[in-house]
Design a protein around this ligand. Structure first.
Ligand SMILES: [Mg+2]
Length: 352
C-alpha cells in the first residue's frame, strides 16, 4: 500500500510508500492527477460507463456490419428496424475474450488471453475473423508462444492491422486509472499484433476510453486537450502526427467525407483508429451521430464502428445508447454481466 503526493510545481508526480521508503517510482504528472480524480467516480457511474463502452462497441460492430449492405442512412435505419437480432462479428467476440480474462483473473497475461481467444475462435470460427488469428493459433499448437507466433506474421514484422485496437475497450476501462494502462494494452495487443503501429492503435484507443471516463462533463472535453493527452501514448511519430490531424479536423468542423479520406478508413491501425476518434470527438454529445459518421464513410465499417462507439459509450454512459437497439443486440445479457463484474472488481481493487 502507498499514498500519493503531488508536486504541482513540476511536470512529474511522486509516489511515496507507506513504509517510509522514498521514491520508488516516478510517473508523469497527468497520470497521477487522473489516478487521484478517478477515485471519486461512484460504482453506479462507473458501471454505466463500462456498460456503455462494451455494449457501444458491440452495437458499432453489429450495425457497422449491416452498413456493408445498407450504405445510406435511410436504408440502414430501415434495416435495423427490420432486423430481429443485431449480430456482432470478431471485433466484439475478441472484446468479450478480454473481458472474460479480466473477470476471471483480475489481470491480463498473454497466455490466458491467447488461450481464451483461441477457445472462442474454435467455438465460433464464422464470426468474420481475419487470417492472422487462426494462423497464430496454429503456430501455438506447434509450441510457439502467442507473441512469438504473432511476430512471425508479415515476414517477421508482425501485424499493423487494427485488430488489437478493435477489441481493446475492456483494457481501457479496467485500467483507466492505472499508470500501467499502456503496458497492459501491449500485453493484450501482442497476442496477435506485435508491430509498433498495431500496438499504437490499441494504446491510443484505450487511452481515449480512459480519458473519457475521467472526464465528468462534456464541457471539460476540449478536442485539443484530449488529443494532447492521447499523443504521448503513441510510440511512433506516424501515429502522433495523425492525432494532431484529428484535432485539426474536429476544430475546423471538417466533413465526414473529407476527414475519412484524409485520416483513412482501412484495416490498418493508423488508417482507421484516428478516424474513429475523430467520429467520437465530432459527435461527443450523440452516440447515434458518432455511429453514423463511423460506419457510413465506407472502408472497415464494423471495426471503425466498434472503436468509435466504444469511446462514445464510455463517455455518455449506457443510458444514452438507443434502448431499442440494445434489445436486439446479440448476447447483450452476457455482455452486461461481464461489464458489471468488471466494474465490481474495479471498485474492490486497492488504489494503485
Ligand atoms: Mg469484424
Amino acid at each position: 500500500m502507498f499514498h500519493q503526493s503531488l508536486d504541482y510545481s513540476s511536470s512529474i508526480g511522486y509516489i511515496e510508500f507507506e513504509d517510509g521508503k522514498s521514491a520508488n517510482k516516478w510517473v508523469h504528472h497527468n497520470e497521477v492527477a487522473k489516478v487521484k480524480k478517478a477515485k471519486n467516480l461512484d460504482r453506479k457511474a462507473l458501471e454505466s460507463k463500462f456498460l456503455g463502452s462494451m455494449l457501444g462497441c458491440a452495437l458499432g460492430d453489429a450495425i457497422g456490419e449491416l452498413a456493408f449492405r445498407y450504405t445510406t442512412e435511410d436504408s440502414l435505419y430501415h434495416a435495423i428496424d427490420e432486423a430481429s437480432i443485431l449480430r456482432y462479428t470478431d471485433d466484439t467476440a475478441m472484446m468479450i475474450g478480454i473481458a472474460q480474462v479480466l473477470c476471471q483473473n483480475g489481470d491480463l497475461d498473454s497466455s490466458s488471453l491467447g488461450n481464451r481467444f483461441r477457445g472462442n475462435f474454435k467455438k465460433e470460427p464464422w464470426r468474420g475473423y481475419a487470417l492472422g488469428p487462426p494462423q497464430i493459433f496454429s503456430l501455438t499448437e506447434k509450441g510457439y508462444s502467442y507473441t512469438q507466433a504473432a511476430q512471425m506474421l508479415f515476414g517477421g514484422k508482425g501485424s499493423f492491422g487494427n485488430g488489437a485496437a478493435m477489441r481493446v475497450a475492456p483494457v481501457g476501462l479496467y485500467f483507466y486509472d492505472s499508470p500501467d494502462l499502456v503496458e497492459k494494452v501491449y500485453v493484450s495487443a501482442e497476442v496477435t499484433h506485435t508491430h509498433p503501429l498495431g500496438k499504437d492503435g490499441a494504446a491510443v484507443l484505450a487511452k481515449a476510453i480512459a480519458e473519457v471516463i475521467n472526464c465528468k462533463r462534456d464541457s471539460d472535453l476540449s478536442p485539443k486537450t484530449f488529443c494532447d493527452d492521447l499523443s504521448p501514448v503513441a510510440a511512433t511519430s506516424h501515429f502522433s502526427e495523425k492525432i494532431y490531424d484529428i484535432c485539426n479536423f474536429v476544430v475546423t468542423n471538417s466533413s465526414r467525407t473529407k476527414s475519412a479520406k484524409e485520416l483513412g478508413t482501412n484495416v490498418t491501425a493508423h488508417g482507421s483508429v484516428p478516424f474513429a476518434i475523430f467520429c467520437f470527438l465530432k459527435n461527443r454529445n450523440s452516440f447515434e451521430n458518432c455511429l453514423q459518421d463511423a460506419i457510413l464513410a465506407g472502408g472497415d465499417r464494423d471495426t471503425i464502428g466498434a472503436m468509435a462507439c466504444a469511446v462514445s459509450g464510455a463517455h455518455l454512459g449506457v443510458e444514452k445508447l438507443p434502448a431499442d437497439w440494445l434489445e436486439k443486440l446479440e448476447n447483450v445479457s452476457y455482455m452486461r454481466e461481464l461489464a458489471v463484474k468488471m466494474a465490481e472488481l474495479k471498485k474492490g481493487l486497492p488504489c494503485k
